[in-house]
Design a protein around this ligand. Structure first.
Ligand code: NI
Length: 395
C-alpha cells in the first residue's frame, strides 16, 4: 500500500500543479485576519463542492471541515490554518496583498492551497480510500484563543485516529521536510502581577507597605525562584516586558504592576506554571503585607509530536519525495495552536521547506517580505496525501 499515496498525488499533480500556484496566489492577494476569513472559507468550499465534496463551515462562519473517502473505516485528519497577519505586505510581486495592512506572512496561504490540493487529489480517488480523510481548514491560528479550540469543541476530533500538518519553514530548502518526535514548539503565556497597599510617605515605609520594594522583590525574585523550582530541562523562562508604579519621589504608591511572558518547552511544566507562579508571588510579598493579584493568561501549550505518528510522517516523506528529503528539525520557542489537537489525538506537525535553493538570508516568518518558493506546493501535496493514506492503511 505504500505506493498508493504517492501515485494518488502524482496522478492529480500531473494535471493540476499549475492550479496549486494559482490558488495560493489568489489566497495571498486576498488575506483575511483570524475569525474574519469569510472569503477564504467560501473560496475553499467552492473548490471542494465542485469536486463533489460536502464541506461543513464551522459554527462561527469561518473555517471548514470536509471528509473525503468512504463512509466506514478509520478517520485521519489533515490540518491547514487559513488566517493572515495584521502586517503590511512589503513584496513587489503580482500576487501581493490587495488588503492594506494584512498579509499572509506566516505561509497560511501555502498551507491552505496545499491542503486543498491534497483534498482534491484524494477526492479523485474517492470511495476507494480505506477510510476517510478529514480536511480541516482551521480559522484563527494567529489569535488567542485559537481556532483549533473551536474545531475540537465542535466534535471534529472525536472519531479521528491521527492528525498531521505542515508549517512553512523559511530556513529549510524547498524539497525538504523537517521532522521531530516530541516537543516541536513552545508554550507562551502572559503573566500580570498587580500589587496594592495603602500608600504613604517615603520617610515612614515601616508604617505602610513599601510597594515598590515589594514589586522589585517580585520582579527579580519570581524569575529566580522559578529557575530553582522547575526542572531546568523544561526551559521555563519568565521575562518582564512592562513595569510601572508611582509618580512622586517622596510618596509610596498604592499600586504597581508587572507584565511579562512565560515561555516553556515542556508540557508538564506548562500545566503546573499558573499555580506555581501564584504560590511564589504570595510567598514573596507576604512579609511586606502587599495585596497581590496574579492574572495568568494561557497561550498555547507546546506542540508535542507523537513518536508513532512522527515515524509514519517521516516514512511518508521518504516514500513521497527524493532521498534525503526527510531531515531533523529543532524545537522552537514559537507558539502554534496545533498543540490543542494533540491533547485529543496523536499526531505530528512537520516543517515544510520553502527556501529557494541557494538563498543565503531567507526572510523569517511574520515579516512583510516573507515569500516562498512555490515548488513547495506539490511537495506538500505529496507528503499530505501519502501520510493520510499510510495512516488509514495502518489504522
Ligand atoms: Ni503560522
Amino acid at each position: 500500500m505504500t505506493t498508493t499515496g504517492p501515485s494518488i498525488a502524482e496522478a492529480w499533480l500531473d494535471e493540476h500543479t499549475a492550479e496549486l500556484s494559482v490558488m495560493r496566489r489568489t489566497l495571498h492577494a486576498a488575506p483575511e485576519l483570524g475569525r474574519q476569513e469569510y472569503a477564504t472559507t467560501a473560496f475553499v468550499a467552492g473548490h471542494l463542492e465542485r469536486a463533489g465534496l460536502s464541506p461543513k463551515v464551522l459554527e462561527a462562519g469561518t473555517g471548514l471541515v470536509c471528509d473525503v473517502g468512504a463512509g466506514d473505516g478509520p478517520v485521519v485528519a489533515l490540518r491547514a490554518d487559513i488566517d493572515a497577519l495584521p502586517l503590511p505586505d512589503e513584496k513587489d510581486v503580482p500576487y501581493r496583498s490587495q488588503v492594506a495592512g494584512i498579509c499572509h506572512a506566516c505561509g497560511h496561504d501555502v498551507h491552505t492551497a496545499a491542503l486543498l490540493g491534497a483534498g482534491l487529489a484524494l477526492a479523485s480517488y474517492g470511495e476507494r480510500l480505506p477510510g476517510r480523510v478529514r480536511l480541516i481548514f482551521q480559522p484563527a491560528e494567529e489569535v488567542m484563543p485559537g481556532g483549533a479550540l473551536d474545531v475540537v469543541a465542535q466534535g471534529w476530533m472525536e472519531d479521528v485516529e491521527a492528525i498531521f500538518a505542515l508549517h512553512c519553514d523559511p530556513a529549510l530548502e524547498v524539497g525538504r521536510v523537517g521532522l521531530k518526535s516530541g516537543p516541536l514548539t513552545a508554550a507562551a503565556d502572559t503573566v500580570e502581577v498587580r500589587l496594592a497597599g495603602p500608600g504613604g510617605h517615603t520617610s515612614r515605609p515601616h508604617n505602610t507597605v513599601d510597594l515598590i520594594h515589594a514589586l522589585g522583590t517580585v520582579a527579580t525574585g519570581l524569575p529566580d525562584a522559578l529557575s530553582r523550582l522547575v526542572d531546568p530541562r523544561a526551559g521555563l523562562c519568565l521575562v518582564w516586558g512592562h513595569v510601572s508604579a508611582g509618580i512622586a519621589t517622596n510618596a509610596i504608591p498604592r499600586e504597581g504592576v508587572l507584565q511579562g511572558t512565560l515561555r516553556v518547552l515542556d508540557k508538564a511544566a506548562w500545566q503546573d506554571a499558573p499555580d506555581l507562579v501564584r504560590r511564589v508571588v504570595e510567598g514573596l510579598v507576604s512579609p511586606y503585607g502587599a495585596r497581590a493579584d496574579v492574572t495568568y493568561l494561557r497561550g498555547v501549550p507546546p506542540v508535542v509530536n507523537d513518536p508513532a505518528a512522527t515515524s509514519l510522517l517521516t516514512a511518508a516523506v521518504s516514500t513521497a519525495l527524493e532521498a534525503g528529503a526527510a531531515v531533523a528539525t529543532a524545537q522552537s520557542l514559537g507558539g502554534e495552536d496545533f498543540a490543542w489537537y494533540l491533547d485529543h489525538v496523536p499526531g505530528s506537525m512537520a516543517r515544510l521547506g520553502v527556501k529557494p535553493p541557494g538563498l543565503e538570508r531567507p526572510v523569517d516568518l511574520h515579516q512583510g517580505m516573507f515569500d516562498v518558493d512555490e515548488a513547495c506546493l506539490p511537495v506538500a501535496v505529496r507528503v499530505l496525501v501519502t501520510a493520510a493514506v499510510a495512516a488509514l492503511t495502518t489504522s
